[in-house]
Write a protein that binds this ligand. Sequence first.
Ligand code: HEM
Length: 317
Amino acid sequence: MASLVNCFVALSIISLLALPSNAQLSATFYANTCPNLQTIVRNAMSQAVNGESRIGASILRLFFHDCFVNGCDASILLDDTASFTGEKNAAPNRNSARGFQVIDTIKTRVEAACNGTVSCADILALAARDGVVLLGGPSWTVPLGRRDARTASQSAANSQIPSPASSLSTLISMFSAKGLNARDMTALSGGHTIGQARCTTFRARIYNDTNIDRNFATNRRANCPASGGDANLAPLDIQTPIRFDNNYYGNLVAQRGLLHSDQELFNGGSQDALVRTYSSNNAAFSNDFAAAMVRMGNISPLTGRNGEIRRNCRMVN
Ligand code: HEM
């Protein structure tokens, strides 16, 4: 009997050790446990984008800001409370990150279909892809199996998300710190083919930079005064702001990048040739963007027994 118990204990330990604690993500992770997941996310995103096209952009950015801060673990979705400081009020997110209600809606529908099964981090990864597709951009298969963080880091959000004042070398090194190379960085910056930025993020560029088209600067100044109007919006892509295409790169070649950091990609440096290629070859951009999104989505996920499947994306269980 004693040896039987010993044997049972040994087998239990072996099976515990065998459980993946840092498994690879997999496209079929929820194939059996939540077969309708992708349809639920797509339908909700379609409704949201039909209601407001900018939502596709806002959710793409949420995913970027999630992944760059301790990995794609839905940490950005946690609300601040009296006893918890999350990432929503970090400088890059405060009065800026948006789309949280859409993630709530999707989570509610996913919970109704597959209770306690799908992480908020995976929902955000799928929603970001769908937003891009719904605005006319490329599609890609999203590896799944991320789990949700029980913590967040406001200080990491402040220090690890690049600022719009960044130089090219800073952009390259901040992406490199996340395992993404300069080509990934330049392709991912093409996310700025959709969405809006606030005056406060591009004021210094339109008043101080010299590598800027004069008419473009004049037009942008009309709605972004030298002081005041911080929250006034301008499209990141002046040509097709609600279409996911390669016009962002054409803008850069014409010195019409809205952010200082955008124009850094085409300012006589190492990324000029790639920016020109993307500006004239939408397929090259689409392929590189999709591949780089998968790589960004692979940044330090929590898997296996780490983290949790949050019931409500705004709070830990
Ligand atoms: C390369 C470094 C990057 C910098 C410095 C940067 C900076 C910014 C800034 C300052 C804004 C405007 C925010 C506001 O005014 O509220 C913005 C918006 C946006 N960013 Fe980035 N970003 C970068 C990379 C990315 C990446 C990698 C993606 C996605 C792949 C992305 C997607 C977006 C989108 C879609 C918006 C518009 C959001 C909306 O309309 O709600 N950005 N970014």
